[in-house]
Design a protein around this ligand. Structure first.
Ligand code: ADP
Ligand code: MG
Ligand code: ZN
Length: 555
């Protein structure tokens, strides 16, 4: 039977061979075994249900959350000579009735619908009366409350499925599945363990990069200029930001379109088409853009701000390089953006426990921006992906060639300060204490009495905070949870405090003295200053002074 599937692949789609996982998913489905396919974006999930639907008798019902996606897929199938249609609210009532009639006459091999269609009695009656080949849930994570895009209408289909007695097999396909989501989907649509096909999430053609401490606009215009002939998506956090960045690029003479929920359907459609047909090279958008968009030659996805969690980030970033060619996923980090995401969680109408989960996911996202580990590996570990991986070697951390310095002493300072503050405060307050700030709250809590007060006075508060974030990302500190998270020590912290573990950190650009031309005497003064501080705080002589501190001092 799989031979037949392979022939279809070659004959209809013109591909010589299956991609990883496709063959297994297709044979499960053709053996009428419910199956769940977990494959990365661009992994080729559509073919997994299209081929069984073409080979097996009867009509395949494909449930998809996006109306725009349906039309594209139906057009593609129709062009291949496969009878397919969609029934959704974009059609007139008359047209919907007509297509439903045709469906009842077994005219179609494929009918695409939105989940809400299952609320219609006419539709239910129709699917009970015809010969079905399969029902497939595309973007199946929408079915689970643990997914990042839960849709109640998806879930409410489940009882209906259980009642259908003419349904040979159910398929679920998703690019985003944490263990919770996988088990949830398995339970809901009865997928046995051996019918879960998880190819792993690695996208070996993508190079991940974090950009920190640079002017975002400058970086952006330089970046897109270098790639003026290539397609790219720029994701911004809000509609206002989209409008702003779009304007900025247009004024600079770039061919950019924009997409967000504040535009009308026609405008969105136009922008999307122009981008897909390469009439514009850049798409500036909120996360409203992209789900189900099949544009294979996107060479970069640039996030202008930190997204709310790794799930969304990987899904969005994964829209780069669907054709398998080398592509980049850039994230421009700034602390303010994290503040915005926190605000959005806080303002949302989620229950408190759900908010706590979201804060935690945001923290993992922030850690991604601060970690010094391989970025690809960080993401795969986040998804508990245990499939064998290739060495990345191309993310900004793997490519980093600068020096590393021993920051064990500084880490000990931070950790003991956290301990002395009772593990009840966040990074901001801890940084103030270590800096020796005269902030009112520091005095209120009498933290200026602590032996760690001012211990890192030679750094700026910002540098201390970012060092704390680094420690958090390395699991040397627990960032805590909730709206006002408080730092806590971890088992690894104790190893550092007792000298059993050393802490190495990359020398970040901001730590190197490059721009200021110092006089010899100034250096003398500086040495003196250093010695004093060192003596005062019993610091070892290798304590590093940041650029900013030097400049402060020079003033
Ligand atoms: P997904 O839904 O998993 O994100 P799609 O089904 O949209 O991915 O497929 C992504 C791209 O990969 C499409 O352009 C598709 O035609 C192509 N593709 C799918 N299967 C194969 C294959 N076996 N060989 C080559 N290209 C494939
Ligand atoms: Mg898809
Ligand atoms: Zn890497």
């Amino acid at each position: 039977m799989i031979e037949q599937a392979r022939q279809q692949l070659q004959h209809y789609f013109g591909y010589p061979s299956f991609r990883p996982g496709q063959e297994q998913v297709i044979s499960h489905a053709m053996n009428k075994q419910n199956t769940l396919a977990v494959m990365p974006t661009g992994g080729g999930k559509s073919i997994c249900y299209q081929i069984p639907g073409m080979v097996m008798d009867g009509t395949a019902i494909i449930i998809s959350p996006l109306i725009s996606l349906m039309k594209d897929q139906v057009d593609a199938l129709t062009a291949l000579g496969v009878p397919a249609t969609y029934i959704n609210s974009s059609l007139s009532n008359e047209e919907q009735r007509q297509r439903l009639q045709d469906m009842k006459r077994n005219r179609y091999s494929f009918v695409y619908v939105a989940p809400e269609r299952f609320d219609s009695g006419f539709f239910l009656q129709a699917i009970q009366s015809i010969k079905l080949s399969l029902i497939a849930f595309d973007e199946a994570h929408c079915i689970s409350q643990w997914g990042h895009d839960f849709r109640p209408s998806y879930r409410s289909i489940v009882p209906t499925l259980n009642k259908l007695n003419n349904l040979p097999v159910v398929m679920a396909l998703t690019a985003t599945a944490t263990t919770e989501v996988i088990t949830d989907i398995q339970r809901l649509i009865h997928v046995q363990d051996d019918a879960v096909v998880n190819t792993g999430f690695a996208r070996n053609n993508l190079a991940f990069r974090i950009v920190k401490g640079q002017d975002k606009r400058d970086f952006l215009s330089r970046y897109v200029k270098e790639r003026s002939s290539e397609s790219g998506i720029i994701y911004a956090a809000t509609r206002k930001d989209v409008d702003y960045i779009h304007q900025f690029l247009i004024r600079k003479g770039f061919q950019a379109g924009k997409y967000h929920a504040g535009l009308n359907e026609l405008e969105r459609k136009q922008a999307q088409n122009d981008f897909i047909q390469d009439k514009t090279t850049i798409m500036v958008a909120t996360n409203a853009f992209g789900m189900g968009i099949d544009k294979s030659n996107v060479r970069y996805v640039l996030h202008y701000a930190v997204p709310m969690n790794i799930e969304s980030y990987y899904q969005e970033a994964g829209r780069a390089g669907r054709d398998g060619e080398p592509s980049e996923c850039i994230l421009l980090f700034s602390g303010q953006d994290v503040g915005l995401q926190k605000y959005l969680i806080e303002q949302s109408e989620m229950a408190e426990d759900k908010k706590a989960v979201e804060y935690e996911k945001l923290q993992a996202m922030v850690n991604y921006c601060h970690t010094h580990r391989c970025l690809q590996e960080y993401i795969l570990d986040y998804f508990h992906d245990q499939t064998e991986r290739e060495v990345c070697g191309k993310c900004s951390n793997c490519q980093y060639e600068g020096e590393k310095e021993d920051m064990t002493k500084e880490a000990q300072m931070v950790l003991s300060c956290v301990k002395r503050m009772g593990e009840r405060f966040g990074a901001g307050m801890t940084a103030k204490v270590l800096k020796g700030s005269s902030d009112k709250r520091v005095k209120e809590f009498r933290f200026d009495q602590l032996s760690t007060y001012g211990l890192m006075g030679q750094y700026t508060e910002k540098e201390i905070s970012s060092f704390i974030h680094f420690l958090t990302a390395e699991d040397l500190l627990n960032p805590g949870q909730g709206k006002f998270p408080s730092l806590q020590l971890t088992p690894k912290s104790l190893e550092v405090l007792t000298g059993k573990r050393n802490v190495w950190m990359k020398v970040e650009a901001t730590h190197t003295v490059t721009t200021v031309d110092y006089h010899e005497e100034l250096f003398d003064e500086l040495r003196e200053f250093r010695k004093n501080i060192a003596a005062q705080h019993e610091l070892p002589p290798y304590v590093i002074f940041s650029d900013a501190t030097l400049k402060d001092f020079a003033r």
